[in-house]
Write a protein that binds this ligand. Structure first.
Ligand code: HEM
Length: 497
């Protein structure tokens, strides 16, 4: 009897603490989409799994120019909407809002890729300072791998239509083409290495999902024992370790006299990592992390654009004419990719409509007050609602219509020639983020994906079996992806490039 009274008191005290925290601490003043009362907020969190698009849209419509919050299973997500607040968020320094700490919370980077990689993300510097600057010189390799990968994965003939499961095939092609640049031949064609590069993302997600359920002090222990991604690292080391070791030996033996030292992404990573005293394990983690950032983002983006093309084959002709003219003038080069304005517009428009659902994810490291007085306490996860902003008629005329030449037409207007490119970010185009942490890989991705689309229109006709019908996107929690099961019919053109 005395025991049950004690339990009742403890329970009542816990409920009182929870209600006090809900009312007087944290995020009470921020309006909620879904229930906000403790425990009931889980209803909103569960609804978010299947209705994130609608909930973000509802929040955006009700609180445009302001902020609102939605519940996730393990935290609140505070959504900052409208160009003015997005601009303010973009400008906040890392000490106030951190991209890295948001990534740590969401991907559990310290345990999935390791502390050293989390604390010193040199892969970002390598992408910005080396990869982007070398796009012209690596382009022939990119083009060569595209031709070879399409031939292997889509061996269509001109006399019949070949059904292709686009998303898995594009994951393979993108992994292969990207890794031609990240680690070179022959590893970029090594089937098991490619499988690791593609599936490591899912491994990381599973580890992350598990770790989310444990309190912070237990994570290092749990992370050590159940970390599946350590197996990924072990395999990564088995594939890449010998090459890295060989290069390290040559660096030691020849130093500055190593005359045929490779000038590729693996070597840039080795150079910077060894300067900082890092070992083979960390070099492999940087390569895996770059793949993690690159492959699914890029293959989703390409698949989405291809679905638009296959559902509307009338767009093939104008694209083909543009590619034909430009390639005759410039050959398959980076300069040619820059001149493909219609194709660039096509990719950007597809990404406007089908790109990420939330962007500019940051963790507040200090209390933040926006210029209009809105307050966000330290520790809060902040995002901007990308799809809701991209589908706002105030930002884009007839925003719900796929208009492939929307951006190339705008670039034709006076003073607008360099704006509205696939890679451009702005307060109302945040598919690659915006500001200091905007995707550093987007210049590489844009060249790679445009070269792939140009190759597609020059070599194949495409359509859906159910002609003209584009398969709907799949929404899960805050993510959006193309239908993973849809098939596009490919037929080889008679005169192809
Ligand atoms: C179409 C393809 C891609 C899309 C849509 C995409 C999208 C994004 C987005 C939305 C962010 C977060 C930006 C922010 O919050 O402000 C990001 C960050 C990042 N992306 Fe991409 N990305 C793509 C391709 C790539 C590729 C190919 C690479 C590598 C070569 C890459 C490397 C990264 C890295 C390293 C970051 C973190 C930047 C930082 O820490 O500051 N991405 N990307």
């Amino acid at each position: 009897m005395a025991d049950s009274a004690l339990y009742t008191y403890i329970l009542a005290a816990l409920v009182a603490i929870l209600l006090y925290r809900w009312r007087f601490v944290n995020l009470y003043d921020i309006p909620t989409i879904g229930p906000s009362v403790p425990f009931l907020s889980y209803i909103g969190a569960i609804r978010l799994l299947s209705h994130a698009k609608d909930m973000l849209q509802e929040g955006y419509q009700k609180h445009k120019g302001g902020i609102f919050k939605i519940a996730m299973l393990d935290r609140w997500l505070v959504v900052v909407s409208g160009p003015k607040l997005v601009e303010e968020l973009r400008k906040l320094p890392d000490e106030q809002v951190s991209f890295l700490e948001a990534a740590q919370d969401l991907v559990q980077m310290k345990y999935t890729f390791g502390h050293e990689v989390h604390d010193d993300p040199i892969h970002v510097e390598i992408i910005r300072a080396h990869l982007t600057r070398h796009i012209a010189s690596i382009f022939p390799d990119v083009r060569d791998e595209i031709v070879s990968a399409f031939n292997d994965h889509i061996p269509a003939t001109s006399d019949q239509w070949m059904p292709v499961s686009v998303l898995p095939v594009m994951q393979n092609i993108v992994a292969r083409v990207s890794n031609r640049v990240f680690v070179g031949l022959p590893m970029c064609r090594h089937e098991e290495y490619l499988r690791l590069a593609i599936t490591h993302t899912m491994t990381v997600a599973r580890t992350r999902n598990l770790l989310t359920w444990f309190p912070e002090p237990l994570k290092p222990i749990i992370g050590f024992f159940v970390n599946e991604s350590r197996r990924g690292l072990k395999h990564g080391k088995a594939y890449l370790g010998p090459t890295i070791q060989d290069r390290l030996n040559k660096m030691r033996d020849f130093g500055a006299d190593w005359s045929d030292k490779p000038d590729d992404m693996l070597q840039w990573t080795i150079d910077l990592a060894t300067d900082k005293g890092k070992g083979i394990g960390q070099i492999v983690q940087y390569v895996l992390l770059t793949n993690f950032a690159a492959i699914h983002t890029s293959s989703n983006s390409f698949t989405q654009a291809l679905y638009h093309l296959a559902a509307n084959p009338e767009y093939i002709k104008p694209l083909r004419e543009e590619v034909d003219t430009v390639i005759k003038e410039e050959g398959w080069t980076k300069v040619a990719m820059q001149k493909l304005k219609k194709l660039d517009s096509f990719m950007r428009e597809s990404q406007r409509m089908n790109g990420i659902n939330v962007s500019l994810m940051r963790k507040a490291m200090k209390d933040i007050r926006f210029s209009n007085g809105l307050f966000i306490p330290a520790g809060t996860m902040i995002v901007a609602p990308a799809v809701a902003m991209h589908m706002d008629d105030e930002n884009y005329t007839n925003a719900d219509v796929f208009d492939p030449w929307r951006f190339s037409d705008l670039r034709g207007e006076e003073g607008e020639i360099t704006k509205h490119q696939f890679v451009s970010t702005s307060v109302d185009y945040i598919a690659f983020g915006h500001g200091k942490h905007a995707c550093p890989g987007r210049f590489f991705a844009a060249n790679e994906l445009k070269a792939m689309l140009a190759h597609t229109v020059m070599n194949y006709d495409v359509k859906f079996e159910n002609e003209g019908v584009r398969p709907p996107n799949v929404w899960f929690a805050t993510t959006v992806s193309p239908d993973p099961t849809a098939k596009v019919l490919f037929r080889k053109r008679q005169d192809c490039f």
